[in-house]
Ligand binder design. Structure first.
Ligand SMILES: Cc1cc2nc3c(=O)[nH]c(=O)nc-3n(C[C@H](O)[C@H](O)[C@H](O)COP(=O)(O)OP(=O)(O)OC[C@H]3O[C@@H](n4cnc5c(N)ncnc54)[C@H](O)[C@@H]3O)c2cc1C
Length: 424
């Protein structure tokens, strides 16, 4: 197939080798039709990758198979992975009933629980790039492309730069949409022995679920891998102290019958969407583009969407359309990220079995702010209207067949399951 944009896309940079940068570099190699294009994969080996991100959506299964050429079985084994069929919610909502948010078709469609550290080594052989270990100090748009400035090396000009440098240090209202209607901002990560039984190197076919367990200070994720089980306590450091959270984490692990754990990290995080994800020459991807807490594991799937949209538009459209295409792609991506944010924030709208300060704040103070935060006038897209339409559909006695394929970042079936489970 002739790809009219490929001529104007001969020199590309990917900055960052976390999950987002790694996927971008492999995607450029896979999708670019000209074998003599130049790809620079740039990262500062002194700045660690975030290293968490162990839940995914089903689209990753197909995507990794396409990028590597390996069978699904090989990919799963290389990632020390298990098959994730959904998220099992415990103690959420007003119904006092545990429930599961399944991927659809239920019990058929699965994503991976994967070891985040292994994604880079899985994709290394599928990526054809020059590796540059250097600190990037600036990425700026220049005529017909973008310039990358380094510490201690001469700057380079590229036709397209993927900026996958992770979270911004701080949020600026001019550049970021603050979505702190999602009421959490910190994670404590622990690792415990694996609970999944695996005979030697056999493929694990067992259906597994990410557990999301409501706790007084927030919630705990439990992700079963074949090498360990990952636990994370997600909370709000402005409401609960680290000592209180650690103490409740201990109680939880004790009731689960887990005698030992390895303390991994305490990670503060922002909840935001960048207003300028793509400007035609620089594409922010992964945690640099948007972030929201990991309740629905939306980060890797978002990075896949950002990379796929940008690369396909650049390759398949002639460069003469670039100036018109870029704002459209940007609006689409901002809208999609904001829809994910609204979906995740909505999970808190009915509280939980815990009548604690955190849950009162989440339900009564944080979530009601979503209408101001996502006001179309302020964000330049219609995510809030789309979200309201999904909620309106949930309230109908019968949903017309014509509406069954509707989506607001996630499919109608996800909204229906969450609505039932939470008691919205
Ligand atoms: C508690 C928690 C749980 C999570 N769970 C999930 C989950 O279950 N599922 C999911 O999809 N996501 C999850 N995430 C999100 C996860 O962080 C992302 O999926 C993923 O790791 C993407 O990170 P990244 O590649 O954007 O950035 P990072 O991993 O932060 O990588 C940044 C890269 O940029 C490089 N870099 C930074 N600055 C410079 C510079 N100046 N010059 C050169 N190089 C630079 C670094 O060296 C590094 O290689 C979770 C996040 C948190 C905090």
């Amino acid at each position: 197939m002739i790809q009219p944009g490929s001529e104007s896309l001969q020199k590309i940079a990917v900055v960052g080798r976390g999950t987002a940068g790694t996927l971008a570099a492999a995607s450029v190699t896979h999708l670019h039709p000209d074998s003599d294009h130049e790809l620079h994969h740039i990262y500062d080996s002194r700045i660690p990758v975030i290293g968490v991100g162990e839940g995914s959506w089903p689209s990753l299964v197909q995507h990794l198979q396409e990028l590597t050429g390996f069978t699904h079985e090989t990919v799963q084994k290389r990632l020390k992975g298990t098959r994730k069929y959904g998220v099992a919610f415990e103690g959420w909502g007003r119904r006092n009933r545990d429930f599961t948010h399944y991927f659809t078709p239920q019990q058929v469609s699965y994503g991976y629980h994967l070891s985040a550290d292994l994604v880079e080594s899985l994709l290394r052989k599928s990526t054809c790039a020059r590796h540059i270990d250097a600190k990037v100090v600036n990425i700026t748009r220049v005529e017909g492309g973008a310039q990358v400035e380094f510490e201690g090396r001469a700057p380079e000009r590229y036709d397209l730069v993927f900026d996958a440098r992770g979270f911004p240090r701080e949020l600026h209202p001019d550049r970021h949409i603050d979505i702190s209607f999602i009421p959490t901002n910190t994670a404590v990560i622990r690792r415990c022995p694996a609970t999944i039984r695996q005979e030697q190197d056999e493929l694990v076919l067992e259906h597994t679920y990410t557990r999301a367990v409501a706790r007084p200070h927030g919630w705990i994720f439990v992700i079963p891998l074949t090498i360990h089980t990952s636990y994370g306590y997600i909370f709000n450091r402005d409401i609960s102290s680290l000592a209180e959270v650690e103490a409740d984490f201990d109680v939880f692990l004790e009731t689960e019958g887990i005698p030992e754990f390895e303390q991994r990290a305490v990670i503060p995080f922002p909840n935001f969407v960048h207003r300028q994800i793509y400007d035609g020459a620089v594409a922010r991807i992964g945690n640099a583009a948007a972030f929201m807490e990991p309740l629905e594991a939306t980060a890797i799937v978002s990075a896949q969407l950002q990379i796929g949209m940008v690369l396909n538009m650049r390759l398949n459209r002639s460069v003469e359309y670039l100036e018109r295409d870029a704002p459209v792609v940007n609006r689409f991506l901002v809208n999609n990220m904001l829809c994910y944010g609204l979906f995740v924030g909505w999970h808190y709208s009915c509280g939980s079995v815990h009548d604690s300060e955190f849950w009162r704040h989440a339900r009564n103070s944080a979530w009601p702010r979503h209408r101001t935060a996502a006001d179309p006038e302020m964000v330049g897209c219609t995510a809030l209207r789309k979200f309201d339409e999904m909620i309106e559909l949930m309230n109908r006695p019968v949903i017309d067949k014509a509406d069954w394929d509707r989506m607001c970042a996630v499919p109608l079936t996800s909204y229906a399951q969450m609505s039932q489970g939470l008691g919205v």
